[in-house]
Write a protein that binds this ligand. Structure first.
Ligand code: ADP
Length: 425
C-alpha cells in the first residue's frame, strides 16, 4: 500500500474513532476541535524538525519517524547523498585535470578578461619565472617584452609570437593564446630552442653551400664560353654538348642565385625606403618586353601613383618573378596584364595572364620551395621552383599578402596586396 494511502486511512480511522466517542459522549464538537488541534500541532512540530535538519546541512541519519514524513526525509536524504557523490566525483576529475596540466611540458596560463593571471602550471612558473602569488596580476606587467604586449593588444590569436624566456634568454618560446569559455583565454608556450637551432643550421648550410658553389660555377661558365669560341660550330656533337652544358650551368646559377636571395630574405634586415612602385613597374615591364621573344606582350596600367615603404631590391625580385612566370606559363603571343591600383584598405599589384593556369590542388603548394606543378606541355619550361617562395617571403616582409586565383587552361591572377599603412607619398 502507498504511504499516502496509509496516511489517509490512519487519519480517517482516527476521525471515525473520535466521532464515535464524541457522539456517544455528547462531546462531538470539542473532541473534533481537539483532533484538529492535534493534527495542526503535530504537523507544525514535524515541519520545525525538518527545517532544523535541513538547516544543519541534512547530514547524517534523519530522525526516527513513521509515515509520510519518513518518506520525505528519505527522499531528501537520498538526493543529498547523490549530490555529495557527484561533487566528490567532479572534484576528483578536476584534481586529475589539474595534476595532468601541472605535469604538462608546455607552459599554460589561464588569463581573465583583463589579462590577469587566474592559474598557472609548473612549466609556466618555470619558464616565465612566475610565482603562485602572481595570481590576479596582469600578465603584461610581468612579461614585459614589447612583442608580447603588442600581441596581447592586437588580439590576432591565429598568429604565434616568439619570445626569449625571461628566466633564461637562451630559451626561445613559441607563445600562442587560445580563447575559451566566457572571456577566458589560455596562454600556451612551447620551448622551440632546439627547432630554432636546427632551423638556423639549415639556413647557414644553404647559405654556405650556395655561396661556395658560386665560384666554381663562374669558372665553369668562363671555360664553357672559351670552348664555344674555339669550337665555332665545327663539330656538331661538341657544339650540342657545349650548348647543353651551358644551359645546365645557367640553370644551376639561377638556382644558386635564388637560394642566396631566399637566405638573405630570411636572415638580413630590410633596407626600407619609400619605393616608387610605378617607376619600378615601368622598368620591370620594359625589361620583360625586351627579353620576351615577341615584344609588347605586357600591358601595364597604373591607376595610382602611390609609393610604398619597402626594400626596392626585394620588391623588384618579387614583381619580376611574377611577371616572368606570367610570360613563361602562357602562349608566346598572349598578353599579360599588370596593374597597380588602390582600394580602401590596400594597394594592389595584379599580374594577370591567360596562360595554362594552375589546378586548385596545386595553388596552395606552388609557393613552397622547389614545388613545380606537373603539367604536360609541348615544350619544357625551365625553372627552379623557388620564384614564388621568394615572392611570398618578400610580401611577408612587407606586411603584404599574395592571393592566387587560377583556372586550368584559362589563366592565372597573382595579386600582391599591401596594407594602406605602407603608403609613403
Ligand atoms: P618556377 O617558375 O621556377 O618553376 P615558381 O616558384 O616561380 O618556380 O613557380 C612554381 C610553379 O607554379 C611553377 O612551376 C608553375 O607550375 C606554377 N606557376 C607559377 N606561375 C604560374 C603562372 N603564371 N601560370 C601557371 N602556372 C604558374
Amino acid at each position: 500500500m502507498e504511504v499516502w494511502q496509509k496516511e489517509i486511512i490512519n487519519a480517517l480511522l482516527l476521525l471515525l474513532v473520535v466521532s464515535i466517542v464524541g457522539v456517544s459522549t455528547g462531546l462531538f464538537l470539542p473532541l473534533m476541535l481537539l483532533l484538529t488541534l492535534y493534527f495542526l500541532i503535530y504537523q507544525l512540530y514535524q515541519i520545525n524538525r525538518f527545517e532544523h535538519w535541513i538547516k544543519t546541512g541534512g547530514r547524517g541519519k534523519y530522525p526516527k519517524i513513521k509515515g509520510i514524513w519518513e518518506e520525505i526525509y528519505f527522499h531528501v536524504y537520498r538526493l543529498r547523498k547523490n549530490e555529495r557523490r557527484r561533487k566528490k566525483k567532479l572534484s576528483k576529475i578536476i584534481d586529475q585535470f589539474r595534476q595532468s596540466t601541472e605535469a604538462l611540458p608546455d607552459a599554460a596560463v589561464v588569463l581573465g578578461e583583463n589579462d590577469e593571471i587566474q592559474w598557472t602550471n609548473k612549466a609556466a612558473r618555470d619558464v616565465f619565472g612566475l610565482q603562485q602569488t602572481d595570481r590576479g596580476q596582469r600578465i603584461p606587467n610581468l612579461i614585459r617584452f614589447p612583442e608580447f604586449i603588442e600581441y596581447l593588444r592586437v588580439k590576432n590569436y591565429s598568429e604565434v609570437v616568439f619570445l626569449p624566456s625571461p628566466v633564461n634568454k637562451r630559451i626561445t618560446l613559441e607563445v600562442r593564446i587560445v580563447n575559451y569559455g566566457a572571456g577566458l583565454r589560455l596562454l600556451l608556450a612551447k620551448d622551440v630552442t632546439q627547432v630554432r637551432i636546427i632551423e638556423n643550421m639549415r639556413k647557414d648550410f644553404v647559405a654556405n653551400v650556395s655561396h661556395e658553389l658560386r665560384t666554381p660555377l663562374t669558372v665553369l661558365r668562363g671555360y664553357l664560353e672559351t670552348l664555344q669560341d674555339i669550337d665555332e660550330g665545327q663539330s656538331p656533337l661538341l657544339t650540342a654538348s657545349l650548348q647543353q652544358m651551358q644551359g645546365q650551368t645557367e640553370r644551376m646559377q639561377h638556382l644558386v642565385d635564388d637560394l642566396l636571395l631566399l637566405t638573405r630574405l630570411e636572415t638580413q634586415q630590410r633596407k626600407t625606403v619609400c619605393v616608387n612602385v610605378p617607376s619600378l613597374l615601368n622598368q620591370i615591364c620594359n625589361e620583360g618586353d625586351a627579353l620576351a621573344e615577341i615584344g609588347n606582350r605586357i600591358q601595364l596600367t597604373l591607376l595610382t601613383d602611390v609609393h610604398i615603404m619597402g626594400d626596392e631590391h626585394e620588391l623588384r625580385s618579387a614583381f619580376t618573378n611574377l611577371l616572368e612566370n606570367a610570360l613563361k606559363y602562357s602562349p608566346e603571343e598572349a598578353v599579360v596584364k599588370v596593374s597597380w591600383y588602390r582600394s580602401e584598405t590596400e594597394v594592389v599589384l595584379d599580374v594577370i595572364d591567360v596562360g595554362e593556369g594552375i589546378t586548385s590542388a596545386d595553388i596552395p603548394r606552388i609557393t613552397e620551395r622547389f614545388y613545380r606543378a606537373e603539367v604536360k606541355r609541348d615544350k619544357k619550361i625551365s625553372g627552379t621552383g623557388l620564384g614564388l617562395a621568394i615572392v611570398k617571403h618578400v610580401l611577408m616582409r612587407h606586411d603584404g599578402k599574395l592571393h592566387i586565383t587560377s583556372e586550368l587552361g584559362k589563366g592565372s591572377s597573382f595579386s600582391c596586396r599591401f596594407p594602406s599603412k605602407k603608403i609613403c607619398n
